[in-house]
Design a protein around this ligand. Structure first.
Ligand SMILES: *[C@@H]1O[C@H](CO)[C@@H](O)[C@H](O)[C@H]1NC(C)=O
Length: 609
C-alpha cells in the first residue's frame, strides 16, 4: 500500500511541476517533501505550514515587503499527501506570506488565502506554525502564525554595546574631572604645531600656521569641523565593516535612508565647508589662480589614483578586464575638481559687503553666480534622469529593476546606470549593488557612478555654503540661526520632493542614485549636525570633540587604511555568524582605527594630500 501511495504522489509531483510551467510560472518549484529542510541563519525564522482538511495542492508564496512593487515568489508547494512544510522567512522587514491552493485535478489556481492578514514581522530565530484549514473554503479566516519558542530580542547586542560605550564615556569624564592637568589629548598643541596646505577639505583639518597667526590673529580654528569629519569617518568605518550585519547599519536596498547612507554625503559636505577656509587663506596670500588650479588638479588626480588602488585590493591579482573604475575616492576627486575649480573664481579674500543693504544675506547674494551654476547641476541631473532615452523602455526609470516593476527587469538604475555602462562598460562598474539580494537584479549598477557627480557637487556646495556662513558672520548667534534655517528648509524641500514617503514621492530618497531629494535632505541634516557640534564644542565648550576629533584630523589615512586592512589581524578575524559576534568584531575594528587616529594625533602626524 505504502509503495503505491508513494508512487502516485511521485506522479503528482512531476505533473505538478510540468503544469505549473505551463501556467507560465517562471521556474519549477521543488515540492516541499523533496526539498532540504532549511537552516536558520542570521535574520531568519522558520515558518511551518500545517494543513488539515485540504485535498488540493498548496503553493507557498513569500516575499519581503522591502521588495517594493515585487510579486510574491512561489517558493515551494505541498501536495495532497504532505502534512506540513517548513520554509525560511526573512525577519528584517515585514514579510508577506500567501497560501495559494491549486486544484488537484486541473492545476488551476483557486482563490488564495489572505496575504494581508499573514503579513507580519517575524522574530529572528523564531519557530512559527501556521495552520491552514480549508474546511469552509473559500471563506477562510487566517490566523497569524503562532510562535513556538521565545528567541531573545536580536537588538540586545546593540543595547549592550551602547551601555559599554556610555560606561566608558562616564569613566573618562569622571577621570578627566579629577585629573584635569593630566589629560592626555590636548587640543591646544594643535594650534601651534600644524602646517598649512591647500586642503583641509578632505585631507587635513583647517590649519593655521605660524605666519597666519601673526598676520591675522583673529583667524579662528573650529574644532567642530574636525569633529564633524571625524564622526563621518568613524561611522563610515563601522558601516563599511558591515555594522554587525544589522540591516539598518547597512545601506538601503534601494530607496530609503539608513545610518550607512548618511556618512559619505556628510563627508562631501564637510569637504566643502573646509574649502571655504583654505580658499580664503590662499587668496589672502595672493596665490595666482593658475597655481591654485594646479593644486586642485594634482589633488584630484591623487585622490582618483588612490581610489583605483583601493578598487584593486583583494587577495587575488587584479583582473584588468573586470577592473572597477568608479569608487568613493574617485567620486571625491570628481566632486572636488569641479566644485573647487568653480569656487576658485568666486571665493573672496575678505568680507566686503558688510554695509550693503543686503548684508544679512550677503553669504548668498555675493555668490549668486556660483549658486546659479550649482543649481544648474541639479537641474541637469533631474533632466538627464527623467529624459535621457534609455533603451529597453527604461527612460525616466528610477527603480531597482529585477523583480520590481513588471517589464523593467533590466532597467536597474535607469539613466544613471545606463551612462556608466556606456562609458565605463558593464564589467568596469560595481557588480553587486545593494538591491541585488532582495530584488534579484542582474544588471550591474554603480552607486558612485558618473551622473551622481552632479548631485554630489551640489552636496559639496551646500557644505561650502556652511563655510561661507562661518567666514562671513563672526557672531555665533548669527551663524547658528543660519544653520538652523538652512537645516530646516533643506530637510523640508527634501521631504516635499519625496512626499515624506519612502517609495511614493516624485523623487524618492536614494543613495544608489544620489537623487536630488537624498542630497537636499542630507544637506539639511548636515547643517543641523554641524550646528550641534559647533554649539557644544566651540561655543559652549561642553565637549572637546573627543574621540571623533582625532580621526577627523587624519581622514585620508584612516579611509585608505580601513579599506585596505579590512580582514587582517588584529582588525578583524573570523567569528561566529551571529549579530552579537559580528557587532563586537565590527565595533572593535572601528575602535582600532579610532585609536590609530588618536595615536597619530598624539604624535602630531597629519597626513594630507
Ligand atoms: C533582460 O535581459 C535578459 C538577458 O539579457 C533577457 O533574457 C530578458 O529578456 C531581458 N528582459 C527584458 C524585459 O528586456
Amino acid at each position: 500500500m505504502a509503495t503505491t501511495n508513494r508512487m502516485s504522489s511521485g506522479f503528482q509531483i512531476s505533473t505538478a511541476i510540468v503544469m505549473m510551467t505551463v501556467c507560465k510560472l517562471t521556474f519549477a518549484m521543488v515540492p516541499c517533501d523533496q526539498a532540504k529542510v532549511p537552516e536558520m541563519t542570521l535574520d531568519t525564522a522558520l515558518l511551518t505550514v500545517m494543513k488539515t482538511n485540504v485535498n488540493d495542492i498548496l503553493v507557498i508564496q513569500l516575499q519581503t515587503k522591502e521588495c517594493f512593487n515585487c510579486d510574491l515568489q512561489n517558493v515551494t508547494f505541498m501536495n495532497a499527501s504532505t502534512e506540513n512544510c517548513t520554509v525560511l522567512v526573512d525577519t528584517r522587514w515585514q514579510y508577506r506570506v500567501q497560501i495559494q491552493p491549486m486544484s488537484n485535478s486541473t492545476y488551476n489556481y483557486l482563490p488564495s488565502c489572505c496575504e494581508d492578514s499573514l503579513t507580519t514581522l517575524f522574530k529572528e530565530g523564531g519557530l512559527y506554525n501556521l495552520y491552514i484549514n480549508l474546511e469552509s473554503y473559500p471563506n477562510v479566516t487566517c490566523k497569524q502564525p503562532a510562535i513556538q519558542n521565545d528567541p531573545p530580542d536580536n537588538n540586545i547586542p546593540i543595547y549592550v554595546a551602547l551601555g559599554i560605550f556610555a560606561g566608558l564615556a562616564i569613566i573618562w569624564l569622571v577621570g578627566t574631572q579629577f585629573s584635569r592637568s593630566h589629560v592626555v589629548f590636548r587640543l591646544r598643541y594643535r594650534y601651534l604645531s600644524s602646517s598649512s596646505s591647500l586642503g583641509p577639505d578632505l585631507g587635513t583639518p583647517t590649519n593655521t600656521s605660524h605666519e597666519e597667526i601673526e598676520q591675522a590673529p583673529k583667524k579662528e580654528r573650529l574644532k567642530s569641523l574636525d569633529t564633524f569629519r571625524g564622526i563621518s569617518i568613524i561611522v563610515m568605518i563601522f558601516v563599511n565593516y558591515k555594522g554587525g550585519k544589522y540591516w539598518f547599519f547597512n545601506h538601503s536596498r534601494w530607496n530609503g535612508l539608513t545610518l550607512a547612507d548618511l556618512v559619505f554625503p556628510w563627508f562631501v559636505f564637510i569637504m566643502g565647508t573646509a574649502m571655504t577656509y583654505s580658499f580664503q587663506t590662499l587668496l589672502r596670500k595672493s596665490v595666482p589662480k593658475s597655481s591654485i588650479f594646479l593644486k586642485i588638479l594634482k589633488r584630484s588626480i591623487i585622490l582618483f589614483g588612490l581610489g583605483l588602488l583601493i578598487n584593486s585590493g583583494g587577495a587575488q591579482p587584479v583582473e584588468l578586464s573586470k577592473f572597477r573604475i568608479p569608487g568613493v575616492l574617485q567620486r571625491f576627486a570628481g566632486t572636488y575638481l569641479i566644485t573647487a575649480t568653480i569656487h576658485m573664481f568666486f571665493a573672496r579674500p575678505i568680507d566686503s559687503s558688510q554695509y550693503k543693504w543686503y548684508s544679512p544675506v550677503r553669504d548668498l547674494v555675493d555668490y549668486w553666480v556660483e549658486w546659479i551654476i550649482n543649481l544648474g547641476f541639479v537641474a541637469i541631473h533631474i533632466l538627464i534622469t527623467l529624459l535621457l532615452e534609455v533603451p529597453g523602455g527604461c527612460t525616466g526609470y528610477l527603480g531597482p529593476g529585477g523583480l520590481a516593476d513588471h517589464g523593467k527587469e533590466n532597467c536597474t538604475g535607469g539613466a544613471a546606470a545606463y551612462i556608466d555602462r556606456q562609458i565605463f562598460g558593464e564589467d568596469h562598474i560595481y557588480q553587486t549593488p545593494t538591491c541585488k539580494e532582495i530584488y534579484q537584479t542582474t544588471v550591474p549598477h554603480d552607486p558612485e557612478g558618473l551622473l551622481g557627480i552632479l548631485t554630489s557637487c551640489f552636496m559639496c556646495f551646500l557644505g561650502l555654503q556652511a563655510g561661507k556662513v562661518l567666514v562671513t558672520f563672526r557672531n555665533w548667534k548669527a551663524r547658528v540661526i543660519r544653520f538652523i534655517i538652512w537645516g530646516l528648509v533643506l530637510c523640508l524641500i527634501g521631504g516635499i520632493l519625496c512626499k515624506f514617503s519612502k517609495n511614493d514621492g516624485w523623487i524618492p530618497i536614494n543613495k544608489n542614485l544620489w537623487s536630488v531629494s537624498f542630497v537636499v535632505t542630507l544637506g539639511g541634516m548636515a547643517f543641523i549636525l554641524l550646528m550641534f557640534c559647533y554649539l557644544t564644542i566651540d561655543v559652549y565648550q561642553f565637549w572637546s570633540g573627543a574621540p571623533f576629533i582625532y580621526p577627523g584630523m587624519n581622514p585620508i589615512v584612516l579611509f585608505i587604511g580601513h579599506e585596505i586592512l579590512a580582514n587582517n589581524f588584529p582588525i578583524s578575524w573570523q567569528v561566529s555568524n551571529s549579530h552579537a559576534a559580528q557587532l563586537a568584531i565590527d565595533l572593535w575594528g572601528t575602535v582600532f582605527w579610532t585609536i590609530i587616529g588618536c595615536y597619530l594625533y598624539c604624535q602630531k602626524i597629519f597626513i594630507s594630500i
